[in-house]
Design a protein around this ligand. Structure first.
Ligand code: NAP
Length: 263
């Protein structure tokens, strides 16, 4: 007897799939408990997975996430909604493997003190109002001054998301690194920062400061942090990990081909 909850995208297909999953598991004596689930079944897309992770962030290590995609196969989801019976059979008979994905963490220093935030895809510091000057340090040592819309630091899991649109590298799962990309950096003969994506190890910290962080947005996956008067942001790979239920079957190459490649 297990406790479970469902996080579903609010569209018709996802809602129909949600009803099917819920009634089947309850018929198998599982208990629906939104506050204290062991299994969280996510129905929708990779974006729905992000929402489920942030919904259960406080207890993320003690739950198990299973993703069912109602569109095409995603990067966090294991099944399509046509395979829902197979997904449920795997779950009920525990024929899955666990895969842990590391999160990113950021210590945000403001005038009020320190605040900690987490992301599974990426952290973004972005300013849509004006050119943002950002000082970047690695492990406390100054690296560069960036003039840009902002910066993005992504995990390997997030490398296929916003990071990829910024020209960052796609990182195969299992490699414990984080990646820094500029967002629309200014590069000409007066100002020149590194410009290329920078990959750092899980032992390293990127520090971002500025003489003026007014109007800056700090975004963790889809969540805009509610902080004012940002002084400094320290970003590193976290020791916190998200446990995903996986089936043997879909390789990373298949997922990449399915999402991006058309040859
Ligand atoms: P969202 O609608 O939840 O997601 C935007 C798109 O990103 C969706 O198509 C989603 O896939 C996909 N996605 C999310 N995580 C992914 C991953 N790890 N690998 C590949 N694709 C992924 O949008 P949101 O609420 O604004 O932000 C959530 C995430 O969307 C952010 O973490 C960011 O990485 C991503 N995003 C990307 C861009 C870009 O590439 N230019 C712009 C904005 C946001 P599904 O369709 O399967 O949900």
């Amino acid at each position: 007897m297990f406790k479970f909850s469902i996080v579903a995208k609010p569209d018709l297909i996802s809602k129909k799939c949600e009803e099917e999953v819920k009634s089947t598991l309850i018929a198998n004596s599982w208990i629906y408990d939104e506050n204290d689930p062991y299994y969280v079944i996510v129905i929708g897309g990779d974006g729905t997975i992000l929402r489920a992770i942030h919904r259960y962030l406080d207890k993320i290590e003690s739950i198990r996430l299973l993703g069912i995609h109602t569109g095409t196969l995603g990067f966090f989801t294991e099944y399509n909604c046509e395979d829902v019976n197979e997904a449920l059979e795997t779950l009920i008979n525990k024929r899955y493997i666990l895969e842990y994905r590391r999160m990113l963490e950021a210590d945000v220093l403001t005038k009020d003190g320190k605040h900690m935030f987490y992301a599974i895809n990426e952290m973004r510091l972005e300013n849509i109002m004006r050119t943002q000057v950002i000082e970047v340090a690695i492990d406390g040592e100054h690296l560069e001054t960036i003039r840009a819309n902002g910066v993005c630091v992504s995990t390997p899991s997030g490398s296929t998301a916003y990071n990829k649109s910024l020209g960052g590298a796609v990182i195969c799962p299992g490699i414990e690194v984080m990646q820094l990309c500029e967002v629309a950096g200014i590069h000409h003969n007066r100002y020149h920062s590194l410009g290329s994506p920078l990959i750092a190890s899980d032992q390293q910290t990127f520090t971002f400061t500025s003489s003026d962080f007014r109007d800056i947005s700090l975004v963790f996956d889809h969540v805009v942090a509610n902080v004012d008067d940002v002084i400094q942001v320290d970003t590193r790979l976290s020791t916190r990990k998200v446990p995903f239920l996986r089936k043997k079957g879909f390789s990373f190459a298949q997922r990449l081909r399915n999402s991006f490649i058309n040859d």
